[in-house]
Design a protein around this ligand. Structure first.
Ligand code: WT7
Length: 655
């Protein structure tokens, strides 16, 4: 079959009996969870987590939408990820195979990781860190990222990991919002074959005047020249290497905050999503077991995400380590030094379960299947997808060329807010439907509602995805803003429904198909970006009068950022020669938010299409950006605006 014809015929894939016989997930789980979902979760909590003190109530929903799970229970998350495995005689099992981008490697067993986390916890405490203080972590993909997170969890100091690709500005607002006393960073990381500095961004973030930061701990990774601020900055190796290896993990309340993670919403200000301990750990460990089907004694699991995103939190750090699994952690990009790097790593470490994003799969498809075919990928027995809808073509390519035409694929839908996987097939149980995330996992309940909030039952009708019952790993709120939490997630369809912000439909077999965001959130390469946030960044440039941003569909990245900008300088810049200003604006967005938010395309326009009430009609701009025939323009104040924009399109700069 050629690649073009892979998806021509509709195929489904039944579980392989040999796979099913060993699978962690079973069909019975659906019936069990349906019969009594609280009892089901209580059972998972006691199975996957070791409690210092057992809980006496499974769920307290009396303060809805503010949930408490496993009430009265006490645990230490780091103890669950480390100490108990060592106590169970698994200290010699590899926890992390690390491969740096330049090819340097490190192997950390559970005993090693436990020791490093204890040392880091002692060192952080010696700096004055206490339970309840928040810590900003701004690091490349190196083992110290996991070590720092676990050390914080051990102390009970919620971490706020800021993706290393975010700018100094973004780091600054996150430090302020979470009131972080400590920052953990590195001199830099390796990116596309060269060292890339990180520490200067921390310095810039802290030059903004008032801030709560007392100490900055710096890991030496690239050994590049790094300025250290006297009295504030300390080297990791100076404080951690000599610290004691003994550290007793104190139990924390089940609802003690574990971390804050910022994500884009519909307004300009990122939301600090916060998660707590017992419920989160239960669901990440359970899903890593039944969805990724990880068998800790035999699998090598590789989640290609960065720890700066929720996927890295849940499926590099907490889920797999709670289960005592062996993982691969890789610092770099898939094409450095060559386009077969990922497949080479799978062959080298005998990776058996791979979890990655559709954008990566589509990129590899573009590079051609000849590249993965040069490597032995026969160790792979299960593939996962996350972050955006996976189109059937990419699904079938993934199965054929990466999965050897046999590995099941789990398309997993979830969010920063849900903390863990929510909708996904169970491998070994579900008959797979390429392109669909299919069904809520056992313990989770979802529905699709129409505009009026009525549940849809008919196939192919498009509506809004909602979750109808609380779940253990659910966000507990937006840090410091309980009202925004209620308003954003629990008001669109009343207080009984969690509004996910995604469009969805059922097919005739009752499978759920996710159709992308219904709000002003874009999904670029599986990363969430807000149109408003990028518009604010553009407008903060002195030359910009007005800006409108849309997510236009893109073959590789899912969506791409397209901006329409009116300049302040009147006619002067409205010529064909806008290259300089466009470059400047793209860099400005990178500086304000981060390189991931750089618009693919910026159009300098004389006007923006607006309704009579002054609302920008993004739908029309999207049509233009996607080269579609224009939609209905009858509500426009001046429909000639659109032809002006369209005719100017040809001169818009593209990356
Ligand atoms: C949004 C959440 C979950 C970790 C990575 C992203 C989209 C996520 C899928 C999927 C279709 C998906 C949704 C969701 N999304 N997974 N399997 N199929 N869409 O986390 O940054 O919080 O983004 O990603 O639109 O709302 P996030």
């Amino acid at each position: 079959m050629t690649e073009e014809s892979l998806s021509q015929e509709h195929r489904t894939f039944q579980p392989d009996p040999a796979f099913a016989a060993r699978a962690n997930g079973t069909a019975d789980m659906y019936t069990e969870a349906d019969a009594d979902f609280e009892a089901f979760w209580a059972k998972q909590a006691r199975h996957y987590v070791t409690w210092a003190k057992d809980f006496d109530q499974t769920l307290d929903w009396s303060g809805a939408p503010f949930a408490k799970w496993f009430v009265g229970g006490e645990l230490n998350v780091a103890y669950n990820c480390l100490d108990r495995h060592v106590e169970n005689g698994l200290g010699d099992r590899v926890a992390i195979h690390f491969e740096g981008e330049p090819g340097d490697t490190r192997t950390l067993t559970y005993a090693d990781l436990h020791r490093e986390v204890c040392k880091a916890a002692n060192a952080f405490e010696a700096l004055g860190l206490k339970k309840g203080d928040t810590v900003a972590i701004y690091l490349p993909m190196i083992p110290e990222a996991a070590i720092a997170m676990l050390a914080c969890a051990r102390i009970g100091a919620p971490h706020s990991v800021v993706f290393g690709g975010f700018s100094a500005e973004a780091l600054h607002t996150r430090i302020l919002d979470a009131d972080s006393k400590l920052v953990i960073t590195a001199d830099g990381g390796f990116r596309r074959g060269a060292p890339s500095a990180l520490k200067p961004a921390v310095d810039a973030a802290l030059e903004h005047g008032e801030h709560p930061v007392q100490k900055v701990v710096v890991i030496q990774r690239t050994k590049q020249e790094t300025a250290m601020v006297e009295g504030r900055d300390v080297w990791w190796h100076d404080i951690v290497d000599g610290a004691s290896e003994e550290h007793t993990a104190q139990p924390h309340d089940s609802e003690h905050p574990l971390f804050i993670l910022y994500t884009s919403g519909t307004t300009g200000k990122p939301k600090g999503i916060f998660h707590t301990s017992g419920g989160y750990l239960t669901q990440v460990a359970y899903t890593n077991s039944v969805v990724h089907d990880v068998h800790p004694d035999s699998d090598v699991f590789w989640c290609t995400a960065d720890v700066g995103w929720v996927t890295g939190h849940s499926y590099i750090v907490y889920g797999p380590l709670a289960n005592g699994a062996t993982q691969l952690m890789y610092e770099g990009t898939p094409d450095t030094p060559h386009q077969g790097r990922w497949w080479e790593l799978i062959q080298k470490y005998q990776v058996s379960v791979l979890y990655t994003a559709p954008t990566a799969i589509r990129t590899c498809m573009k590079w051609g299947h000849e590249i993965p075919m040069k490597f032995d990928l026969s160790s792979l027995r299960l593939l996962g997808s996350v972050g955006e809808p996976i189109n059937p073509e990419a699904w079938l390519w993934y199965r054929k060329y990466i999965g050897g035409d046999k590995a099941p694929i789990v398309d997993t839908w979830w969010q920063t807010e849900t903390g863990a996987i929510m909708i996904s097939p169970l491998p070994g149980v579900t008959t797979l439907e390429p392109g669909s995330a299919q069904k809520p996992i056992p313990g989770v309940s979802a529905e699709i509602l129409d505009d009026e909030g009525q549940p849809l039952t008919e196939a192919e009708k498009v509506g809004y995805l909602v979750l109808t019952k609380p779940w253990p790993a659910m966000l507990r709120g937006i840090w410091g803003d309980p009202e925004r939490y209620k308003e954003t997630y629990w008001s669109r369809f009343g207080e009984k429904y969690y509004f996910a912000g995604d469009g969805a439909k059922y097919d005739k077999d009752g499978n759920i198909w996710l159709l992308g965001r219904v709000d002003d959130v874009m999904n670029v390469s599986g990363h969430r970006l807000s149109t408003t946030e990028i518009e604010s960044a553009l407008v903060s440039h002195p030359h910009v009068a007005e800006a409108a941003v849309v997510g236009a569909s893109d073959e590789t990245t899912g969506q791409a950022v397209c901006a329409f900008v009116i300049l302040r300088l009147g006619g002067e810049h409205q010529t064909d020669d806008n290259e300089d200003i466009i470059t400047e604006l793209r860099n400005h967005v990178a500086k304000e938010i981060g390189p991931i938010a750089k618009p693919r395309q910026i159009m300098i326009v004389p006007e923006l299409p607006k309704t009579r009430s002054g609302k920008i009609m993004r739908r029309l701009l999207k049509d233009v950006a996607e080269n579609r025939e224009m939609g209905d323009v009858t509500t426009l104040t001046d429909s000639s605006v659109m032809s002006l924009i369209k005719s100017g399109m040809a001169s818009g700069a593209t990356e």
